[in-house]
Write a protein that binds this ligand. Structure first.
Ligand SMILES: CC(C)(COP(=O)(O)OP(=O)(O)OC[C@H]1O[C@@H](n2cnc3c(N)ncnc32)[C@H](O)[C@@H]1OP(=O)(O)O)[C@@H](O)C(=O)NCCC(=O)NCCS
Length: 150
């Protein structure tokens, strides 16, 4: 499968919102993604394309020398095919280009697939935020990847 990863543009937002709605119980709105793409100077979002269709996306906020991953999601029928890995690799690569040495994220305690993906790329559990998710009161695991530049 030929996966192409590139920067997210305004034209991608409708497809991204569809994937976001499929993936998360409290999805971000179309307006939120439009603001991320057009207004938020700290935001960097990538999409993965297969045959010209957006099949996944991921983004982060770059704050000083740290990056905070906001969301990563892959269209259901394209999961388990390496798309998530390619998106995460592109975010890490971008951080390295920008001299950013650490990345962090929150992930649901029950989301073993995502945790496995993050661990594969050197993310380590640093703590827990209790009752972080408002929909079901689930805890968030806080993970960090350090030494990106080493
Ligand atoms: C998490 C998510 C982005 C992963 O994307 P993906 O394209 O399916 O992942 P990949 O195919 O690149 O696999 C990456 C790694 O995740 C793990 N993984 C993927 N599918 C898995 C499964 N069904 N069971 C266990 N581990 C799995 C593996 O470690 C895999 O690496 P490997 O194939 O080298 O062993 C995707 O499952 C998704 O969109 N989930 C819903 C949204 C979500 O939970 N986002 C994360 C929020 S923090």
């Amino acid at each position: 499968m030929d996966i192409r990863v590139r920067e997210m543009k305004e034209d991608d937002v409708d497809q991204v919102v569809e994937i976001e709605r499929e993936a998360f119980t409290t999805p971000w709105s179309r307006e939120a993604f439009m603001a991320e793409v057009n207004k938020n100077k700290l935001a960097k979002y990538m999409v993965a394309e297969v045959d010209g269709r957006v099949v996944g996306f991921g983004g982060m906020w770059l704050i000083l020398n740290e990056a905070h991953i906001t969301n990563i999601a892959v269209k259901e029928e394209y999961r388990g095919m390496g798309v998530g890995k390619r998106i995460l690799e592109s975010l890490i690569y971008y951080c390295a280009l920008k001299n950013i040495d650490s990345m962090t994220l929150e992930v649901r305690k029950s989301n073993m697939v995502a945790q496995k993906l993050y661990r594969k790329y050197g993310f380590v559990e640093y703590g827990v935020r209790s009752n972080y998710y408002t929909d079901n009161g689930e805890d968030a695991i806080v993970m960090w990847r350090t030494n990106i530049l080493r």
